[in-house]
Design a protein around this ligand. Structure first.
Ligand code: PLP
Length: 312
């Protein structure tokens, strides 16, 4: 039996790069921007989904649970990451997938089943109730919520901040931290690690402003503290979760050809579009420094292109 904790620690020992972005519009506005490249952590087990899994996997091992059971949609970055973690560390994984089984799997589910993840499909209403199929032996499962968002997930995301603080040139004052948000786990980790010291801009990938209360609740539950160093930005969801407009796809393609950095259309593309739009509108004072967190999600590009096409 390999020492799983040791394997996880080894995987965890590298820091993802922090890159200074060279971009005309930034220098025109006198703004510096660093990108924390969590998309480069690993080819498969990557982004904020790895951050959220890190301490949850250790907890599953501590509790001697041989299987990780979790939930997600058919194109979920979280499902993909859990399946990849299962393959990487030799854990069993079970995915409860929202919606009826498709005739043909999309790229995320193809990868997940190739990694050995057992897939169970639930109708949308059964999924809402989180009904776990009766043939699953729950006592052997570590249950992770959707998106991997819980207090251990939040703890893992704090590391994004502590790594950047080690990597950024000394005496650089960071004025803004930007992250994309879906369940709010990543944003909560960043906000709590900043500890009211620097501002976080949280770009919602979904329509509405419910993330505001979700994030507040997460912070209260996990940190028992309130924070006022953040704001939710709700203007860049492009119609809602996984919705898009041609100008978003154009921006993503343009951004990649200018900077070499690939973005996904569900989360990071919308955030970077928003940052550059705010920059144009004069939101960031001259001389300010931004850290934008690239939360990964690039596995989703293949599935997006299977359905809609257009992302180069
Ligand atoms: C899941 C995901 C998010 C959202 O993270 P939350 O912790 O759920 O808010 C952001 N970016 C990417 C690339 C993701 O996969």
């Amino acid at each position: 039996m390999p020492d799983l904790n040791k394997l996880i620690q080894e995987f965890d020992s590298k820091m993802s790069p922090l890159e200074l972005l060279i971009f005309n519009e930034l220098s025109q506005h006198g703004v510096s921007m660093y990108v924390k490249r969590d998309d480069l952590i690993d080819a498969h087990l990557s982004g904020n989904k790895w951050r959220k899994l890190n301490y949850n996997l250790r907890e599953a091992i501590r509790l001697e649970k041989p299987a990780i059971l979790t939930f997600g949609g058919a194109y979920s970055n979280h499902i993909y990451a859990v399946a990849a973690a299962g393959r990487q560390f030799g854990l069993k994984t079970i995915g409860i997938i929202r919606g009826e089984a498709p005739k043909e799997y999309g790229s995320t589910l193809r990868f997940a089943s190739k990694c050995g993840m057992k897939l169970h499909f639930l109708s949308r209403s059964a999924y809402r109730e989180k009904t776990i199929p009766q043939d699953i032996d729950l006592s052997s499962c570590y249950i992770l919520p959707e998106g991997g968002t819980n207090c251990l997930g939040l703890k893992g995301c704090k590391r994004i901040v502590t790594e950047v603080q080690q990597q950024i040139p000394t005496h650089t004052k960071i004025d803004y931290w930007c992250t994309s948000s879906g369940t709010g786990g990543t944003a909560s980790g960043i906000i709590s690690a900043l500890n009211n010291d620097s501002n976080a801009l949280v770009f919602s990938a979904l329509k509405g402003d419910f993330l505001k209360t979700d994030i507040q609740k997460l912070l209260e539950t996990c940190e028992a503290k309130t924070y006022n160093n953040w704001q939710l930005i709700t203007d860049y969801h492009f119609g809602g979760y996984a919705k898009f407009k041609p100008e978003l796809i154009e921006f993503i393609n343009q951004f990649k050809s200018t900077t070499g950095i690939p973005l996904d259309p569900i989360y990071t593309g919308k955030m970077f579009y928003g940052i550059f739009d705010l920059l144009k509108k004069g939101f960031f004072e001259k001389g300010s420094t931004i850290v934008a967190v690239h939360t990964g999600g690039l596995q989703g590009v293949a599935g997006f292109n299977e359905r809609f096409g257009g992302v180069h």
